[in-house]
Design a protein around this ligand. Structure first.
Ligand SMILES: [Fe+2]
Length: 208
């Protein structure tokens, strides 16, 4: 194969700010309070928040840049998760396993204070706190979700393979992730507790 047979994408200069704004982004999406049905363990608290604040309240947003979908390309973006509480549970993203489950992801904290909540389908679970300058290199095979344990937006830079995709159903089928991040009186201000509604994962989700 000669060089002329290979489609080569052009490098792209992006400007990425601690606010999560990206100059050069190709896509933005938003999640609102009404989109978060069955995400929180304490459903009554979520319903009360919808009643009080409205289903249209912005809860998180993602800005990203992607130049193509094929294997080998990267998506680069930012996630901005606003603070909130649902009973004792802190504000979270929906969370997912990559549809191509072996695809890894980098999360680098730009601003705020949060936790990356991570599960494997065979029962491992980790909660890793992130403050600005800290990053988690998430290997393939780990479900992941952001949690905002602070009072400010929790903003991360992420990058993952453009062909990874997202499997959200794996979490809803399991009654949520294995652990919840809840407020407590410690200096840290949070702790991980077992999610009483978690029923275990289906390991066939790892096949893709
Ligand atoms: Fe991901």
């Amino acid at each position: 194969m000669t060089g002329s047979d290979i489609a080569v994408d052009q490098p792209v200069l992006l400007e990425i700010f601690p606010t999560g704004a990206i100059v050069g982004a190709t896509r933005r999406y938003e999640k609102h309070l009404g989109d978060m049905q069955d995400v929180y363990a304490d459903n009554e608290s979520w319903v009360a928040q919808v009643d009080a604040l409205g289903a249209d309240l912005l809860v998180y947003s993602v800005d990203e840049h992607k130049y193509q979908d094929g294997p080998g390309a990267l998506i680069v973006g930012t996630s901005k998760l606003l603070p909130g509480r649902y009973g004792d549970e802190f504000s979270i993203t929906r969370g997912h396993l990559h549809a191509k489950a072996n695809r890894a992801e980098l999360y680098y904290c730009l601003s705020g204070r949060g936790v990356m909540l991570l599960d494997t389908l065979d029962g491992q679970s980790k909660a890793i706190e992130l403050t600005p300058g800290q990053a988690v290199n998430v290997p393939g095979g780990w479900l992941h979700r952001s949690v905002n344990v602070g009072d400010e937006p929790f903003i991360t830079l992420f990058s993952y393979a453009a062909d990874a995709g997202q499997n959200y159903a794996v979490i809803s089928r399991a009654g949520g992730m294995k652990q919840l991040i809840v407020a407590d009186e410690s200096e840290q201000g949070w702790r991980a507790v077992e999610n009483p509604k978690h029923t275990g994962y289906d390991e066939t989700d790892l096949r893709s």
